[in-house]
Design a protein. Structure first.
Length: 122
């Protein structure tokens, strides 16, 4: 494909902003084996996908379940100190166990303040 076939629709959309410098960038880009995205500038340098990072295992595989003043639950790495505004529920375990505990205990997703306000209006 030629430059005209590949990027003519883009030049129609961008109008006068599609400068000769942009034309040069896109035409050189079309010749590269690792293409650059002409629409967002993201570089695709390899066909390999990056390894998945599980943020929950940074500090180990054990989690404690914490709860805030609004009755909302969260999983927190066991080795980290509990953040301000949260209290420990006393449960700790693997990610799966902690998630199951939260699913059993946190049955109403509404914050406590909303639950109280709705109860007062009944």
């Amino acid at each position: 494909m030629s430059f005209q076939e590949d990027y003519l629709p883009l030049s129609n959309v961008l109008g006068p902003y599609f400068t000769p410098v942009a034309r040069l960038f896109f035409s050189v880009n079309a010749l590269l084996p690792e293409k650059l995205s002409p629409y967002c500038g993201i570089t695709y340098m390899t066909s390999q996908t990056p390894p998945a990072v599980n943020a929950y295992t940074i500090d180990g595989d054990l989690f404690k379940v914490i709860k805030n003043d609004e009755g909302q639950y969260s999983l927190w790495p066991e080795k980290k100190s509990t953040p301000a505004g949260w209290i420990e529920t006393g449960f700790s375990g693997s990610k799966t166990e902690a998630t199951e505990y939260v699913d059993r205990e946190w049955t109403d997703m509404r914050p406590l303040s909303l639950q109280k306000a709705m109860a007062a209006n009944k």
